[in-house]
Write a new protein. Structure first.
Length: 362
C-alpha cells in the first residue's frame, strides 16, 4: 500500500519516550533496541521501495559523516522481503531493523489498524526520549536537526546526575583488605553474562565482559557482610527509593584486571527470566585508590563516571543501563551483591520452576 500524504503528522512529540522492542538485523536474530541508549538515535521507518525511499536515503547519505557511532547513529526499519534479503549494515552509524510482520511499525503508529502506512523519522536523545518527529518527506528538516545537536554531555540543557545512591563507609578498610586477600589466595573464575536462549537463562562467556569472580564461601564472613547491608544500605534504599530490601543475591568478589583490559560493556541487570527479580545492584569498591579506570557510567544520563571511595557503594536500579569502564592500570576489586524483596523472590521461584520444566522437556 502506498504511503499516506505528507500532511499526516507523527504522534510523537518532544519528550515522549520511544517504545523499546527486539528485532532481527543483518548481524543478529535478536537485537534489543534498549541497548543503544547513550547517543543520539535516528529511527527511520522507510516507505516501500520506490522514489520516496530513494530520496530519503539519498538525503541521509549526503550527510553521511554525521553518523559516526560516537555521537549519532541511525536505524532504518524495513518490512518487504526483498529489502530484508539485501540489507547490509554500514558501520559506522547506519544499520537496519527487520520488521516483516509489521509489529514494530504498528507499535510506533507507522501502520494503522486499517493498513494505512505513515513512514516517518524519529530523532531521539541519549535516553530514548523524542527530540523531533518528521514525515518521511521532511528528511531535510531531520538532517538540519541532526546538524544542530549539542554535545552529548549537554543534551538535556543542564548537568545530569544518574539517579544513583552513593554511600561511603559501608565496609571497613580492614574488611575490604580481607576480601582482596581472600580473592588473591583462591583466584577467580571467568565471569560470563546471562542471556535467554531457547526459553532458558544461561551463562555465556564472550567479549562482552572481561572480569573474574570468586564466591565467598566462609559463612561467618557472609553473615558479617549481610549485617552491613542490613544496617548501612537497606535503610538508605528505604529512605531514598521507598523500597524494603529483604533478600540478597550472591556474595562475590570481582576483579577487573588491567592485564586483561577488564571491563563490562553497557547492560542492564534484570532483562532475562533468571534475573528479572533483581531490583537494586550494589557496587562496593574494595581498593578505589589502587587502579585507574574501572569506573561506573550510566549512558542514559551522560558521560559522567562514578567511583565511590574504598569501602563505599554505588547503589542503583537494575533497570538502568550501566557499564564498568576498562581498567587501564592495576586491578579493581569490588563486592557486587544484588538486592530484592519477597515479591521478587516469588518471581524468581516461578521462573526457576519454568526453567526447570523446559530443561526436563529438552
Amino acid at each position: 500500500m502506498s504511503p499516506s500524504p505528507v500532511s499526516w503528522s507523527p504522534s510523537f512529540a518532544p519528550g515522549d519516550p520511544a517504545p523499546w522492542f527486539t528485532a532481527a538485523t543483518p548481524a543478529t536474530q535478536l537485537f534489543h533496541f534498549s541497548t543503544v541508549v547513550g547517543r543520539y538515535t535516528v529511527l527511520g521507518f522507510l516507505p516501500p521501495p520506490g522514489p520516496a525511499r530513494e530520496a530519503a536515503l539519498a538525503a541521509v547519505q549526503s550527510r553521511r559523516g554525521l553518523f559516526d557511532d560516537d555521537k549519532v547513529f541511525a536505524f532504518f526499519v524495513i518490512r518487504d522481503a526483498d529489502s530484508i534479503a539485501q540489507a547490509q549494515n554500514q558501520p559506522p552509524g547506519l544499520r537496519w531493523f527487520f520488521d516483516p510482520d509489521g509489529a514494530i511499525s504498528r507499535l510506533y503508529g507507522v501502520l494503522d489498524a486499517d493498513g494505512a502506512e505513515h513512514p516517518f523519522w524519529l530523532l531521539l536523545d541519549p535516553s530514548h526520549r523524542t527530540l523531533g518527529a518528521y514525515p518521511i518527506g521532511e528528511t531535510d528538516a531531520l538532517m538540519a536537526a541532526v546538524v544542530a545537536l549539542p554535545a552529548l554531555a549537554d543534551y538535556a540543557g543542564a548537568e545530569l546526575v544518574a539517579p544513583v545512591l552513593v554511600l561511603p563507609r559501608v565496609i571497613e578498610p580492614e574488611v575490604c583488605r580481607r576480601l582482596i586477600d581472600l580473592y588473591d589466595a583462591h583466584g577467580g573464575a571467568p565471569s560470563g553474562v546471562m542471556r535467554d536462549i531457547g526459553g532458558r537463562t544461561v551463562g555465556v562467556l564472550d567479549d562482552f565482559k572481561k572480569r573474574r569472580d570468586m564466591t565467598i564461601e566462609d559463612a561467618d564472613l557472609r553473615q558479617g557482610l549481610l549485617q552491613r547491608i542490613s544496617r548501612r544500605i537497606a535503610p538508605e534504599i528505604a529512605k531514598v527509593f521507598q523500597f524494603k530490601v529483604t533478600r540478597v543475591e550472591r556474595y562475590i568478589v570481582a576483579c577487573y584486571d588491567a592485564a586483561e583490559g577488564g571491563y563490562f560493556r553497557p547492560h542492564r541487570d534484570n532483562e532475562t527470566l533468571g534475573t528479572m527479580h533483581r531490583k537494586f545492584a550494589v557496587s562496593i569498591n574494595l581498593n578505589a585508590e589502587e587502579h585507574e579506570g574501572g569506573d561506573l557510567r550510566f549512558p542514559e544520563f551522560g558521560p559522567r563516571t562514578y567511583r565511590p571511595p574504598t569501602g563505599g557503594a554505588v547503589i542503583f536500579s537494575c533497570s538502568l543501563q550501566h557499564e564498568a569502564t576498562p581498567v587501564t592500570r592495576g586491578r579493581r576489586y569490588a563486592f557486587l551483591p544484588f538486592l530484592y524483596d519477597e515479591a521478587g523472590q516469588a518471581v524468581r521461584t516461578a521462573n526457576f520452576a519454568h526453567l526447570e520444566r523446559l530443561a526436563q522437556e529438552a
